[in-house]
Design a protein around this ligand. Structure first.
Ligand SMILES: C[S@@+](CC[C@H](N)C(=O)[O-])C[C@H]1O[C@@H](n2cnc3c(N)ncnc32)[C@H](O)[C@@H]1O
Length: 862
């Protein structure tokens, strides 16, 4: 077998297995009884007569033989033969048989046992429930033998499986012994459901109730003492297998009952559930006996006089009457012949039929007592009061109807929102659905007419379409109640609220999203054309579009304070707010003013004002371009050129510097040295931005093109009154597709590659520290060597030697402090802090790490 460990069903051959082998026990089970014996006062050492039931292969007998006093009588019995054990009598027998009992009696003669052990385990190999049940039966059988052979005060140790019978067994043990303890010795595997019950102090009663030792009564299903007839009637399909045999004293399987009994019985369901057939026999007249149900009735209403029981003749008459009833159809007659095969519907039919029979027999009165009419509250009211009362009730009815309606709608809304949260719908669908919810109301002309809003609508530009005839019919059904338009508004509001909450939740969980929202809030202004006052304009950045600002970047506009100067960095906004769109500029509205600022109107007289503004923006581009060499400075060009672009349009928006030289479009880059920060402050990180930069650098795009591009269908989008979720969606998906050139994409790729190749911050810092230290050392050395050189007391030779010594010392590497590796095993396992006996630097390693290191070294050598 070699060194490898043999495995069995329950796992490895464990510690107790090896220990048993070592100690010469035939089974590891020996340790279970050893541990039990130790725990319970070493009862074996005091036992002179021991019976071991189910003893093979005999390890418990071995233990008993070793522990019991000399000359003790130890008897072992099992289905399997047991190899002889010194001082132990063994025989082969089934412990449930009478032969076993006889043999035991034979061996014991007049003696009684101090201890009965039982470790029986029938290995039937069937289902667990069956296994447990047979085990319990075996336990009860062993208890039976114990009660017969134990002396008063004797002990009984048995193995029990934790099954549903466990509690019943414990109850029986408690009746027969003074002390009953359940224990699971350490030698018993945790995976095993076995448990050992140690019963001490046998009471030795003179007479034992046979029920205590009868498996049928001990293991009867206590959980369901009263049968649920109702379940039997209404769920006849779900039949429960009868494991417990028949009820006491009732060994009939086919139970019958007279139809009359069924009719007169107060519990018809019990009859239907318990009986197999209803017969047309005359019920037996027994004046003394009462049915349990009747007895119960007696207890409940003792004062009520009982009708005198009917004679046989009367009962026969009743039966005839029932038989002739039109309700006693052939179907009913067939059904009562076999109640066990009936279904729910048949039982219902039978119960109805029973009620009719009771009416016919006069058991129940047909005319029920008329329920007292509710008193008319308006009886004593005056005419006015009556009207008032009616109005009030109408209002109440209407209010409750509206409430119901509202609740229904809210439920629908909640459902939709849940669906949205589950990702089953996108918000647009919700909007559509939501609109559909109240579509009747939203587009109800009738309602609008009633509320007097039809005139207002008629004045509008759009003509209302006539509502479809069918729709109209539906509409008329809608009664006047809450304003339907209000309903729709409320629905919209609720959706908005839900969406806001959804956004908040997302922002909480997603830092990236939070940042994006922050930026969006800054940018969340409508494109209103090129701003009027560039000197007060604030820059706009858009991460999506890929141009990043350095934090310290500031406007160079004359007289303008930088953000940093003002303390808190301001949001840089290029766009103006629509709110003040009504403000007049040169007698024109802001929008009109911006419109006339376009190039097309450049030469039109009377628009000089706008020209100057436009020129200023353009000059910025010109100025910056003049500073850059065409290709290398493309990014900086882009920075300024795009300043005037609208948010989220086809190009990136960055803050630019105001050009100092306004005519420098074509001049050389003489300002490079003056404003070296421009390049450093701008970074292009997307292919789109790079493409634009290239285009500008190569003069493929002029300022007019850029401005033209900004007037697209996305720039003038109407955002007024639209729900946030809709706008969010639009912002995400409805934006211009910006062109990308292969060169720009390649440039960005190589840039990113270079970025990735850069050492990480920590490494860079470490390198810088090292460099700094080296520089300091060199400076110190220089100073010292200067001193040496200037020393007049030293000869040239001495000076040279001193400097050489200094150099040696500086270049000498300090010896590396050795780090001792301490393996975390043995006494060092799981310790905190410095391990004992270890000086200097140390490192805790686990044995595996050490092995792995060795393996690595080995592999490296190969
Ligand atoms: C777990 S072993 C007992 C081990 C034993 N205690 C020992 O220490 O070696 C269970 C034994 O119960 C025996 N057994 C099961 N049903 C039995 C029965 N009806 N009569 C006698 N022995 C039975 C089996 O033959 C089996 O040997």
């Amino acid at each position: 077998m070699g060194k490898s460990q043999k495995k069995f069903g329950k796992g490895r051959l464990d510690h107790y297995y090896r220990l048993a082998k070592e100690k010469g026990y035939r089974a590891r089970a020996a340790f279970k009884i050893l541990q039990i014996n130790q725990k319970y006062d070493h009862f074996l050492e005091k036992s002179k007569v021991v019976i071991d039931l189910c003893a093979a292969p005999g390890s418990w007998c071995q233990v008993a033989s070793a522990l019991c006093p000399a000359n003790s009588l130890i008897i072992g019995v099992d289905l399997a033969p047991i190899k002889p054990i010194p001082k132990v009598i063994t025989f082969v027998e089934d412990i449930t048989s009478s032969k076993c009992r006889a043999q035991l009696r034979q061996h014991l003669k007049t003696w009684k046992a101090d201890c009965v052990l039982h470790d029986g385990a029938p290995n039937v190999g069937t289902a667990w429930v069956q296994d447990a049940f047979t085990q319990s039966e075996l336990v009860l059988q062993s208890l039976k033998l114990a009660t017969e052979f134990l002396m008063p005060g004797g002990n009984f140790v048995t193995k029990v499986f934790r099954s549903k019978d466990y509690n019943n067994l414990l109850w029986v043990f408690n009746q027969l012994f003074n002390k009953v303890d359940a224990t699971k010795p350490p030698a018993s595997r945790n995976v095993s459901a076995e448990i050992f019950v140690v019963c001490r102090g046998y009471k030795a009663p003179k007479k034992i109730d046979p029920k205590f030792l009868d498996p049928r009564s001990v293991f009867e299903d206590l959980t369901d003492p009263t049968p649920n007839f109702e379940a039997k009637v209404f769920n006849p399909e779900k039949k429960k297998r009868k494991r417990d045999g028949y009820e006491d004293g009732d060994y009939l399987q086919h139970k019958m009952m007279s139809v009359l009994d069924f009719i007169t019985n107060v519990d018809p369901i019990a009859s239907l559930g318990g009986m197999s057939e209803l017969t047309w026999d005359v019920p037996t007249v027994n004046k003394d006996e009462k049915s349990p149900a009747e007895e119960e009735d007696d207890e409940e209403e003792p004062s009520e006089p009982k009708p005198t029981p009917k004679t046989e003749e009367e009962l026969k008459q009743d039966l005839r009457l029932v038989r002739k009833l039109p309700d006693t159809t052939t179907e009913i007659k067939e059904a009562i012949k076999d109640l066990k095969v009936l279904g729910k519907k048949d039982f219902r039919g039978l119960l109805k039929w029973r009620l009719k029979c009771r009416l016919a027999l006069g058991i129940d009165s047909a005319v029920k007592e008329p329920t007292p009419e509710p008193e008319d509250p308006t009886k004593d009211m005056t005419e006015d009061e009556k009207i008032e009362y009616e109005l009030q009730t109408m209002e109440e009815r209407e209010a409750s109807r509206l409430k119901r309606e509202r609740r229904r709608k809210n439920e629908q809304k909640t459902k939709e929102i849940t669906r949205m949260q589950l990702g089953m719908l996108n918000p647009v669908d919700i909007g559509i659905e939501a609109a559909q919810v109240g579509s009747d109301q939203l587009f109800s002309l009738k309602e609008v007419e009633k509320s007097g809003q039809i005139d207002t609508l008629a004045k509008g530009k759009m003509n209302m379409l006539a509502v479809h005839e069918d729709k109209k019919k539906e509409v008329t059904e809608i009664e006047i109640g809450e304003d339907p338009l209000q309903d729709a508004d409320r629905l919209e509001d609720e959706l908005d609220n839900m969406y806001t909450k959804f956004r908040e939740r997302r922002a909480e969980a997603d830092a990236k999203y939070r940042m994006k929202r922050l930026r969006d809030e800054i940018l969340d202004e409508e494109w209103n054309g090129i701003e009027e006052k560039p000197e007060t304009a604030e820059s706009d950045d858009d991460d999506d579009d890929g141009i990043i600002f350095d934090e310290g970047y500031q406007s160079s506009d004359d007289g303008e304070k930088s953000d940093s100067e003002e303390g808190e960095p301001k949001a840089r906004k290029l766009l103006t707010n629509l709110d003040d769109s009504k403000a007049k500029i040169n007698g024109l509205s802001k929008q009109a003013h911006n419109f006339f600022k376009q190039d097309v109107f450049k030469d039109v007289a009377g628009l000089d004002e706008s020209d100057s503004d436009d020129d200023e923006a353009i000059n910025k581009i010109v100025a910056l371009r003049s500073k850059q060499k065409p290709s290398a400075k493309a990014s900086a060009d882009a920075q300024d050129d795009v300043e005037n672009a609208p948010k989220k349009t086809s190009f990136e928006v960055v803050k630019g510097r105001k050009p100092k030289n306004e005519d420098s479009w074509n001049t050389d880059s003489d300002s490079d040295e003056e404003e070296p920060d421009d390049k450093a402050n701008v970074d292009i990180i997307t292919a789109e931005a790079m493409t634009l930069a290239h285009q500008i650098a190569l003069k493929e795009k002029s300022k007019a093109d850029i401005i033209d591009d900004s007037y697209n269908r996305y720039s003038m989008r109407d955002r007024d009154g639209l729900p946030t979720w809709f706008l969010d969606d639009e912002d995400r998906f409805s934006k211009p597709v910006k062109p990308i050139t292969a060169e720009a994409a390649a440039a960005i790729q190589s840039k990113l590659r270079a970025l990735n190749a850069r050492p990480i911050k920590k490494v860079m810092e470490a390198q810088a520290r090292k460099k700094m230290k080296a520089t300091r050392r060199i400076t110190r050395m220089r100073k010292k060597s200067d001193l040496i050189i200037e020393d007049p007391n030293k000869s040239e030779k001495e000076k040279a030697e001193a400097i050489q010594k200094l150099m040696r010392k500086a270049t000498k590497k300090s010896p590396k402090t050795e780090v001792k590796l301490v393996v975390a095993k043995g006494k060092n396992r799981g310790i905190h802090g410095r391990p004992g006996g270890v000086k200097g630097r140390y490192k805790m390693v686990d044995p595996r790490m050490k092995k792995e290191m060795r393996a690595l070294k080995r592999n490296a050598k190969k």
